[in-house]
Design a protein around this ligand. Structure first.
Ligand SMILES: NC(=O)c1ccc[n+]([C@@H]2O[C@H](COP(=O)([O-])OP(=O)(O)OC[C@H]3O[C@@H](n4cnc5c(N)ncnc54)[C@H](OP(=O)(O)O)[C@@H]3O)[C@@H](O)[C@H]2O)c1
Length: 280
């Protein structure tokens, strides 16, 4: 039997998600439910029933909507609002969220994020819109993506005025890209009690090279533990902090099954020290 994937809280929102989900930014672009329905169902079978999408992922929301109709078991969906310069009004925010909900075929998303912080309306105003989405029952939890630690603080304080917690910060984070440990974002997640959703956890599929010291260390641990490099990279990430949730992108059942195999085991102190040295 597959090891079960632990649930982790999205901050203080009351929503809990599996520590390993599925990134779906390539679930549109001509790929549909015929190809991805089996990947979606394999994720549900494994308990990795968290799907990260966005209105800008060219058809991904529509594919997930079709997958949800094909396999109606419980699934959790994260989607995102892109604060383009033309989107200045509350009406444009509502329209975008309604569009996402219609494509997904859902009445509420589990987590709604502001995709990036650059916006003419400013972070406080975007947080007012997110709080309204929670109050209207259209989002169970809300958060931000690609925000700095300082921008997270502004966001959290504004949401608190509405009695809504900042639930998650989605940023690039992996053993290949350790920015959040250095730029204050991981520390801000700890201080503010916010989940860190790690995107590009496999550095875009960088798992079969052996050029750098890091690649060689990962490959050595994988061999010794009878795991794959992707599994070692994901296990490292999940072990970093109990707030981390990883969303490796996968468009095949093979990759999906491999990635969920990162749950249920941990790295030892010596392995962690070797990874620390080679990824510094
Ligand atoms: N918030 C943001 O601004 C933002 C930005 C970027 C990404 N994201 C989210 O994060 C998710 C993950 O990022 P990502 O997809 O760019 O990068 P990633 O998860 O690091 O890598 C995905 C790539 O790795 C391959 N792969 C998956 N599992 C593998 C395995 N076990 N062994 C070898 N290769 C494997 C995939 O191939 P196959 O497709 O063939 O399975 C795909 O080419 C995205 O899907 C998206 O949901 C968010």
């Amino acid at each position: 039997m597959e090891p079960s994937i632990p649930l982790r809280p999205l901050g203080r929102s009351g929503v809990r998600v599996p520590a390993l989900g599925v990134g779906t930014n390539r679930w549109g672009r001509g790929r549909g439910v015929d190809q991805l329905g089996p990947v979606f169902s394999a994720a549900l079978d494994a308990g990795a029933n968290l799907f990260d999408t966005a209105e800008v992922y060219l058809g991904s929301e529509k594919t997930i909507g079709a997958c949800l109709r094909r396999d109606p078991r419980p699934a959790l969906v994260v989607t995102k609002f892109a604060p383009y310069p033309t989107r200045l009004s509350a009406r444009s925010f509502d329209k975008a969220l309604e569009g996402s909900l219609a494509r997904l075929g859902m009445s509420a998303v589990d987590l709604y994020l502001i995709h990036f912080p650059f916006s003419l309306v400013g972070i406080p105003s975007l947080m007012d819109r997110l709080a309204e989405a929670v109050q209207a029952g259209k989002a169970r939890a809300v958060g931000v993506s690609n925000f700095s630690a300082r921008q997270m603080l502004v966001a959290a304080e504004r949401l608190e005025r509405h009695g809504v917690p900042l639930a998650a910060a989605e940023v690039q984070f992996s053993v290949f890209h350790r920015g959040p440990e250095r730029n204050g974002v991981l520390a801000a997640c700890r201080e503010l009690d916010v989940a860190l959703i790690a995107y590009r956890p496999l550095a875009g599929g960088r798992t079969r090279r052996d050029g750098t010291a890091l690649d060689r260390t990962l490959a050595g641990i994988a061999r010794a533990r009878q795991k794959t490099v992707a599994q070692v990279a994901l296990t490292w990430l999940l072990g970093k902090d109990e707030r981390v949730v990883a969303i490796p992108g996968a468009t095949s059942v093979e990759h999906l099954r491999e990635n969920v195999g990162a749950a249920g085991w941990t790295l030892g102190d010596e392995e962690l020290a070797a990874l620390e040295r080679s990824s510094a």
